[in-house]
Design a protein around this ligand. Sequence first.
Ligand code: SAM
Ligand code: DTB
Ligand code: SF4
Length: 330
Amino acid sequence: MNSCSPAEHKISFHRSAEVREGEWSTDAVAELFELPFADLIFRAQEVHRKHFDANAVQRSTLLSIKTGGCSEDCSYCSQSKRYKTGLEAEPLMSLEEVLKMAQAAKDKGASRFCMGAAWRSPKEKDLEPVLEMVSEVKKLGLETCVTLGMLKDGQAERLKAAGLDYYNHNLDTAREFYSEIVTTHTIDDRLDTIDKVRSQGIKVCAGGIVGLGENRRARAVLIAQLANLNPAPESVPINGLVPIAGTPLAEVPALDPIEFVRTIAVARITMPTSYVRLSAGRQQMSDETQALCYLAGANSIFSGDRLLTTDNPDADRDAGLFARLGIQAV
Ligand code: SAM
Ligand code: DTB
Ligand code: SF4
């Protein structure tokens, strides 16, 4: 699994000139994708059970603290100001509103509260109130996560000092495919922010989106990129595209759900000790597809009936499925 050609190095590794012990080549990841489904799930289960309780799923709740009006052109996103998605932009929420939502999420069983802002990068005047949100949410006894876009020098330090546990910043898609999806920043910009976060000892939440029209090879590259971060992210959200009317990807044909499950299984095998989060797209998924995702090693979800701007399964649907599967929510 460690062998890879020099050409592949360039495309799938995190700016590393040398093959590190334990690195995943794109070919090795692609081979996992090609396994017969039962063999893939068996391998994912073996890995999962070695490191986690296979019947426990962690829950994080999301809140969009600043919605819409984003300068970036991510072609999947409802919040880019470049597309007519009908979304109404909203300014930064007040501390009081955020705390009310955080307490409600805690009362419903979430262990982590993730605050998302539609910024390319937070300005200094934006960061101050977010720091206060982080420290106050933490006082409620919740883990904290924020996703604010690209960080400038010094900002990760301040987030760490406020008590931030996780920073979410996704690689989103394969390096070779990135510029077809986003042109206003690069995958190296994303990697830089992840480095800044990591260097302050903040845990990294980094994953991607599938169903953007990418091929299987691109999915393998995405997973290799994530698995080869050193160390792999503690939390790996795998999002299924939620098609948004008005965006360039509104009409992309839906990804085969079995291929989505394969992606989860490959993430589990290549990132054995990471939480793999079955993220956006659950509302559009059958209970049976979700069950296969848990079987493939997903052990985290977003709970609560809203993601950032789109719907998520409500508490009753999740509780019902967990009861049918004997899954304990943690
Ligand atoms: N602006 C920040 C950023 O880009 O990191 C934070 C918010 S952004 C909405 C967080 C992540 O949500 C994106 O990186 C992408 O993976 C995911 N996402 C956004 N729109 C999505 C959609 N329509 N379907 C699935 N995932 C989506
Ligand atoms: C992540 O990987 N997925 C979440 C969170 N990180 C911020 C966001 C999903 C957004 C789905 C589309 C929406 O609701 O706008
Ligand atoms: Fe902005 Fe993030 Fe949406 Fe891209 S994904 S348009 S950076 S909010």
